[in-house]
Ligand binder design. Sequence first.
Ligand code: B12
Ligand code: SF4
Ligand code: SF4
Length: 400
Amino acid sequence: MNTVSPHSPEPGNIDDPMPREASRALDPAEMAEKLKIWGRELGFQQLGITDTDLDAHEDYLNRWLEAGYHGEMDYMARHGTRRTRPAELEPGTLRIISVRMDYLPPEIESTRVLGQPERAYVARYALGRDYHKLIRKRLTQLAQKLQKEIGTFGFRAFVDSAPVMERALAQKAGIGWFGKNAMILNPKAGSLFFLGELYTDLPLPVDAPFERDHCGKCTRCQTWCPTGAIVDDKVIDARRCISYLTIEKHGAIPLEYRHAMGNRVFGCDDCQLVCPFTRFTRATREQDFAPRHALDRARLIDLFNWSEPEFLEHTQGSAIRRLGYERWLRNLAVGLGNAPFSDEIVSALKARLSWPSDLVREHVRWALSQQAQKRDATREAASAPLIEAGFKDIIARQST
Ligand code: B12
Ligand code: SF4
Ligand code: SF4
């Protein structure tokens, strides 16, 4: 079964059976208390518990799918009600433990890099090592800690890679509210964090959902989104979203979005960067999330010049690996087409004109046409004062 998700290079593990039965040495309230303490010790910034009722979200999801907003992400429609009914995915599930893990490394510049069109912007969640294994491991450790105290019980750990309504569960578990950009936000931490879950058969007490909507009249994310992908409050048309276009989409990037992509070559953070709550982001201390190969500020051309073996080596253990070299070049070609004119860029693009992939060649040709337009515009602008001086000279001669 394919349960691969946009951010996941790995298939989900939903076929593993849930181990059952526990001898309860703690009462459920004590278990919940311990889980919260251990959760912090294991590096989760928040942990909340909720039940399995996602009725309202089943409706929202179906409307989203009917509108076709999922584009080529067929797996979003593939699992029927198992996505919205946790006990159908994992029989016996009574409660879901939802966790938050912050991922922004310290001293990372984001808006500055977006403003430097010769540099590559890589979504901040993907700068370091892939988060799936790390979070799943910590979630398993959390469950095992409790098993040591109370004996075996049923649990399954999920991060991103299975049919799970992670945001809806997080909102219900009290982690944060659904922003207009569809992100789960916390008023004290913004939204630059991952979500993960433990499905369990333990009858734990549930936390209060996060009811308050702190967006108010703000619409910054909606007005700022470069491609107009936030089509309604909390609703993303993925087909327009740069995250989808650069990570999920196979084949050509539609022409209408190429300029808007700017230098964003893997994912997009704009609707978070403009959000007023992002200033409350707390830097992570997880070494795994530290940028590798200067991906937080690399030049587009340097990444474009990576050979395929270099791409494979530099993206080992990173979420970028799943993109593959061909789509990596595709995305970078768009970025280079959007960069200011430079002979160095033109040479690098020309060197890929005979690359054995129609997809890459077409994006390279597009980028070269953009570079040519900018070169001509630069020449025109440079010659304008000369032309003006020439006219002055003619006028001066005529009047003598
Ligand atoms: C598919 C997917 C995508 C797709 C589609 C995005 C989307 N909004 O669905 C694409 C590739 C575009 C994408 C992009 C990104 N994603 Co993504 N993605 C997912 C995935 C796998 C499923 C999301 C999903 O269920 N979509 C279906 C739609 C219907 O659900 P939804 O967008 O959450 O919409 C809900 C609201 O609209 C709500 N709703 C609608 N009306 C109303 C009204 C009210 C009153 C309320 C309360 C709610 C409500 O109901 C819907 C269903 O719950 C999850 C992991 C998972 N398994 O959950 C990660 C996940 C959502 N992604 C994540 C991230 C980090 C991103 C990016 C930031 C990555 C990047 N930097 O490029 C961008 C952000 C884009 C954005 N603004 O959403 C994180 C989000 C963490 C957080 N803080 O919220 C998740 C949870 C992965 C993880 N484990 O951490 N993603
Ligand atoms: S991730 Fe970028 S393109 Fe997608 S909704 Fe947010 S701002 Fe728009
Ligand atoms: S930018 Fe404004 S509207 Fe958008 S999520 Fe943040 S607070 Fe809400």
